[in-house]
Write a protein that binds this ligand. Structure first.
Ligand SMILES: C[S@@+](CC[C@H](N)C(=O)[O-])C[C@H]1O[C@@H](n2cnc3c(N)ncnc32)[C@H](O)[C@@H]1O
Length: 188
């Protein structure tokens, strides 16, 4: 009888531990993969073309440039750029914890690249020369306002898939479907 009671208590304790850990894991994952823009990374032709275009601008720059990726995800764009251009400064701002941690670990040997775990709407763009964006449609009006208000004259914005709102793009590159389009803006 005692043995049976002991086994029942042990199984109950194990069930409690499993339920509590599952809730913890669920909360951790859901806080990392937020309801804003999903942490989908740039990929394929779109990624290669945006990287090539930004690289061209950085190669031609006569002074040190600051490049900020608003919603940097897994660091897919900034890691290769920071490796290629040690003379320029790169900052990624990412609010989802898991991609932020992974990208920070991957950047540990690159002194010119840092990742900030925060809401990018709190980050001041006054010193930024190039902004990179790959977000989602409903965020674009607020992001546009921020870029227009804070970026210095002459700064460039590279927006993948979703355009800024109420601002004329200086260049629109269609690589295929609308999903494979990016927009380039110079802040006037
Ligand atoms: C579609 S992913 C793009 C990732 C990366 N820029 C790339 O091109 O591979 C968009 C990222 O923006 C992040 N994000 C969305 N809103 C944000 C906010 N307000 N502050 C910081 N990060 C945000 C999401 O968590 C997501 O990782």
């Amino acid at each position: 009888m005692k043995l049976l009671l002991g086994s029942v208590l042990l199984i109950a304790a194990m069930l409690v531990v499993i339920v509590i850990s599952s809730i913890g894991i669920y909360l951790f994952i859901s806080s990392s993969f937020q309801k804003y823009a999903p942490p989908v990374r740039s990929s394929g032709k779109l990624k290669d073309t945006v990287l090539a275009e930004i690289s061209k601008q950085l190669e031609e720059a006569s002074a040190k440039q600051k490049i900020v990726d608003l919603g940097s995800g897994w660091g897919t764009l900034l890691l290769p750029l920071a490796q290629k251009f040690p003379q320029h400064e790169f900052v990624g701002i990412e609010r989802a914890f898991t991609p932020f941690m992974v990208s920070s670990l991957r950047a540990r040997k690159l002194p010119n690249l840092s990742f900030v775990h925060d809401d990018f709407f709190k980050y001041d763009l006054a010193e930024t020369n190039i902004v990179i964006l790959f977000l989602i449609g409903f965020m674009m009006p607020k992001v546009t306002q921020k870029c227009v208000k804070e970026l210095p004259k002459g700064a460039m914005v590279y927006a993948s898939r979703f355009a800024l709102t109420d601002v004329q793009a200086d260049k629109v590159v269609k690589l295929g479907s609308k999903m494979e389009t990016y927009y380039v803006y110079e802040i006037k």
